[in-house]
Write a protein that binds this ligand. Sequence first.
Ligand SMILES: Cc1cc2nc3c(=O)[nH]c(=O)nc-3n(C[C@H](O)[C@H](O)[C@H](O)COP(=O)(O)OP(=O)(O)OC[C@H]3O[C@@H](n4cnc5c(N)ncnc54)[C@H](O)[C@@H]3O)c2cc1C
Length: 241
Amino acid sequence: MKVEAKVRSVHRETHDVKTFRLYPEKKIDFTPGQYCLVSILDSKKHKNISKPFTYSSSPTKRYVELTVKRMGNFTTAIHNLKKGDRLLLDGPRGNSLNFDETVKEDVVFIAGGSGITPFMSSLRYAVENDLKNNITLLFSNRTKKDIIFEEELETINNKNGFNVVNTLSDDWSKDWGGETGMINSEMIKKYIDKPPRKVWYICGPPPMIDSMVDILNELGVNEEKVKYESWMIPGKGKNSN
Ligand SMILES: Cc1cc2nc3c(=O)[nH]c(=O)nc-3n(C[C@H](O)[C@H](O)[C@H](O)COP(=O)(O)OP(=O)(O)OC[C@H]3O[C@@H](n4cnc5c(N)ncnc54)[C@H](O)[C@@H]3O)c2cc1C
């Protein structure tokens, strides 16, 4: 389904990430974890290009939010959008990271950087609906200033069975109270009891996905319990499971 949507507001999340609240002509019914293809209608240069972005808002809202990290030309053009500008959203698409609220097992989300967006939609949905599953988020960023949704994640941490574990891979100060280094087998074992009994969702850059899939395999997690989406640029390689 293709719908036109207008930018209602723009929120700066970090030095290179912004969230756009969009009002589509009609409500988009999606499952947390899905994405849409975005074109910029008011831009001659980008009108005929479409790139994938995940809904970061909960599907219960009339609006949708897209949280976009500035990478190249297209994402820079999105960052320059102002209130009232129009986008074309083609979606919902994808099923690899769809949040299954009927799942009985506890859930682990592993996110790298902007790979948090599908899980933010799922977490917001789970909070609103008071879902009973324990959910742990292992969230890896380079530095503290790269952590998207830091405050919101802090407010839900340790409530209703949610547990947020932040790790910084590149730069941290002595005041940093969280984990340091990339997510590895030891870190997973420290926070996740009996890994094979959980359902795992992973989203981030391709090298991170490969490494997480290998580690979970070594920890005895059945591959059917691991869902992932590697944010490779479409056409450049394998995208998802
Ligand atoms: C299913 C799916 C959902 C996505 N959802 C989101 C989302 O919610 N928010 C978001 O910010 N991005 C998301 N992305 C990634 C986003 O589509 C790309 O960042 C965007 O298309 C880059 O376009 P560009 O023209 O600005 O940059 P390009 O010119 O295409 O890329 C600039 C440079 O960055 C590299 N690059 C681009 N994207 C990535 C990446 N993700 N990881 C590592 N290197 C990269 C390219 O190889 C290139 O070197 C998603 C991707 C997929 C496949």
